[in-house]
Design a protein around this ligand. Sequence first.
Ligand SMILES: [Zn+2]
Length: 223
Amino acid sequence: MSTRPSSSRDASSYTRQPGATCLGNFLDTCYTGYMTSASKFEFIAGSPALCFVDSHGSRGGGGKERIETPQDLFDWLGSAGLAGECPQPVTQAELGQARNLREAIYRCSLCVIRGQDFAAGDVAMINRAALCPPLRPQLKHNALVHVAGRPVEAALSVLAADALGLFASPLRGRIRQCPQCAMIFVDRSRPGRRRWCSSAQGCGNRDKVRNSRKRRAGEEGRA
Ligand SMILES: [Zn+2]
């Protein structure tokens, strides 16, 4: 949990680097693939909402929860460029709210991939989250800061809006699930043939190594 004093609860402020926008930072990391210095979170899903979904990893087997505590959520939002100098601690209730929203986005993503209808309850939850006032920019001392009265709800609102925009756009046809680790991502490549969570390293690379070993074994068998 954050140890910031509760007396500053009503004046939340998210400071950014001069000239940077809150979501701009986040989206930059999404498009290029990014891991925080602590190597705890990855941002390689191509969309803020799907990166949030992937904060629960290894969904294909066992599961790996990376947002276990309110502090984890605070850290994730910070890494995503959605928290910054948030002066109030994240509460246990907000953690539950965030995880519920994340799982609703996950289930809706699976529906898109499988060509199924969304569950009404999931859509209602995402719609509700998107109704909350999002982060708003303010200029302070020639630097852009993003503020909100309720910072966690505001960050979740941004993520919910991103999910809704994705589900309603032509890009919904590019939402994929890695066949190896079950990570959800949106394929933004020009040819649109991305199959793995990461082609440079990770599952796609492991698959290439496996295939090349098989090929070599076949050649040696024939020799
Ligand atoms: Zn994968």
